[in-house]
Design a protein around this ligand. Structure first.
Ligand SMILES: [Zn+2]
Length: 203
């Protein structure tokens, strides 16, 4: 088999294996994924938030959504979304726990109709990270710590994801999406990412 690798050096110690599984993540492969277009360079990171039902944390509903098992009758919010086929590469729980649903080399279905700098279908070339939360609820210390750590991991493995190519879902789907929302502290996150001693180029 010929594997197309986006990695500058897969043995560089990024903590991400050749298929794009992050060390330290709990692996739960979702069926909602497929192959990226051939020879795609992975060069965008998209930050989201999700909670099901919105504002309730810690349940199994996000898993249920990503595994197409969401009970439309369990909550009024679920009915219109139960049949939607979605996933993300990674989810960071309120306690900082990291769950990976899709290997980074594969295409997760997180962005929907989207465009970055005029280039559409961001799912093709991006990695999606969901933070368990809402637009208005402050994210936890543990989530920022984990997000920064996995951003560094991802940037080491996928150097085309420069700091300027880290965006929110709202940035690539304006008018349709608002996440990660005003409660997400971009300044704090970008400062922490930019302070990386990882060797990633930041200028
Ligand atoms: Zn989103």
């Amino acid at each position: 088999m010929v594997a197309i690798s986006n990695s500058a050096d897969s043995s560089s110690g990024s903590g991400i294996d050749a298929d794009g599984w992050l060390a330290g993540a709990e692996q739960r492969p979702s069926p909602n994924q497929d192959a990226r277009p051939p020879e795609t360079t992975i060069d965008l990171l998209v930050i989201h938030n999700i909670s099901l039902p919105p504002g309730e944390f810690g349940g199994d509903w996000i898993d249920a959504l990503f595994f197409n098992r969401l009970d439309p009758n369990a909550h009024p919010y679920f009915a219109p979304i139960a049949s939607v086929r979605v996933s993300a590469h990674l989810l960071i729980r309120r306690d900082g726990r990291l769950i990976q649903y899709v290997a980074c080399e594969r295409r997760a279905w997180h962005a929907g109709v989207s465009s970055f700098q005029g280039r559409e279908r961001c799912n093709d070339y991006s990695i999606g990270i969901e933070l368990e939360g809402t637009d208005e609820t402050p994210f936890t210390e543990a989530q920022y710590a984990r997000l920064v750590a996995c951003t560094h991991q991802i940037q080491r493995h996928y150097p085309a994801i420069t700091d300027a190519r880290i965006v929110g879902h709202a940035d690539i789907a304006p008018g349709r999406k608002t996440d990660p929302g005003p409660a997400f502290d971009w300044l704090r996150y970008r400062r922490a990412v930019g302070a990386s001693p990882s060797g990633t180029e930041h200028r």
